[in-house]
Design a protein around this ligand. Structure first.
Ligand code: SAM
Ligand code: SF4
Length: 336
């Protein structure tokens, strides 16, 4: 516990950005089938022997922490479908006491696991929820799971896994009529609702620019009903966040990845469940760490591989330009 200093140089790219926020995907599997993410029949899942064990993931994470990473987000697929996530959280927490460790989940299994996750050292959760209307929630996720997700949110807050954040992907003609209802949920619960622009990362490759509701329009829709005060912007955090002008609890955030990309200040790095490092969500290339790790590479060599992955990070994703190409792996395989 408690390394005092970095062993390796920071992970800096050619544009001067430093990677300090690592998203660790622990599985590509999921118990939901959100239409904007996965087809109803699921995906060809990664072969078991290609998935990194918790020990392997922890060793790679430890090297990245020794290279300056300070914030860890456990994700997937749906992370809570993997066996014994608290054990993994405990391994991560043992790396450094001051790491910020959070988990992004669809919330279905959260109520039963929240207490153990909190005692393992998890700081916070983000729960994805795209509708507050039970039957629409079922249509969007293809699972009749609204009540479990609501319970998960509240149990997580009670167990101290807050401030609880909600991720809400807004899609034109699907759930854009619920923006103020989500703002009301924030006000009555104290949760932070973060509206996410719909991105071209669905496995079906059916993304359509005309279905994207711009972050600015979302904030305008909330502010019309409940006036907002913007927080001082804290780069590199992409969620431009707001509080309610009347002092009500809760916050509103927006992640405008499509209409106002935050690439120029992006500090994120992603490790997939099969041990590939990605400098950008939209990268077309990955750096294989699993192969070298399993062939006995030394920590120094793995740190060097990570450094060259980050060094080659591109300036930005260029969604909307003719040169944009959707990556072959979709959101659930990369780790959102
Ligand atoms: N299963 C967990 C969950 O849903 O929170 C974690 C993984 S999921 C891939 C992470 C986040 O990506 C979720 O908030 C989800 O809504 C978001 N996401 C998935 N596909 C997306 C898309 N095409 N555009 C925008 N966000 C997307
Ligand atoms: Fe599963 Fe999350 Fe993708 Fe929904 S967004 S299908 S919950 S991985």
């Amino acid at each position: 516990m408690g390394r005092m200093a970095r062993r390796y140089p920071e992970l800096v790219d050619g544009f001067g950005r430093t990677a300090s926020d690592l998203r660790i995907s622990i599985t590509d599997r999921c118990n939901f089938r959100c239409r904007y993410c996965m087809p109803p029949e699921g995906m060809p899942w990664m072969p078991k022997d290609q998935l990194l064990s918790y020990e392997e993931l922890t060793r790679l994470t430890s090297i990245l922490v020794d290279s300056g990473v300070r914030s860890l987000k456990v994700t997937g697929g749906e992370p809570l479908v993997r066996h014994d996530v608290p054990t993994f959280v405990r391994l991560l927490r043992a790396l450094r006491a001051d790491l910020d460790i959070s988990l992004t989940t669809n919330g279905y299994l959260l109520a039963q696991q929240a207490a153990e996750l909190a005692s393992a050292g998890l700081d916070r959760v983000t729960v994805s929820c795209d509708s507050l209307i039970k039957h629409r929630f079922a249509e969007m996720t293809l699972r009749d799971a609204f009540d479990e997700v609501m319970k998960g949110l509240h149990v997580a807050a009670e167990e101290g896994l807050g401030p609880v954040k909600l991720n809400t992907v807004v899609i034109e003609g699907v759930n854009d009529d619920e923006i103020t209802a989500f703002a009301e949920l924030a006000r009555t619960t104290g949760f932070e609702v973060r509206f996410i622009e719909y991105m071209p990362l669905d496995a079906q490759q059916a993304w359509d620019r005309t279905k994207v509701i711009a972050g600015a329009a979302i904030i305008e829709a909330v502010a019309e009903r409940y006036p907002l005060i913007a927080d001082a912007h804290q780069a590199p955090e992409p969620a431009t966040s707001f509080r309610f002008a009347d002092g009500a609890p809760g916050r509103i955030g927006v992640i405008p990845s499509v209409t106002q990309p935050f690439c120029s200040t992006c500090d994120r790095l992603r490790l997939t469940a099969d041990g590939q490092l990605r400098a950008c969500l939209f990268s077309l290339e990955e750096t294989d760490l699993r192969g070298p790790l399993r062939q006995g590479a030394a920590d120094d060599d793995l740190a060097e591989l990570a450094r060259s992955c980050v060094a080659a990070k591109w300036a930005g994703h260029n969604i909307g330009s003719p040169s944009f190409r959707q990556p072959s792996r979709s959101m659930s395989m990369i780790g959102g």
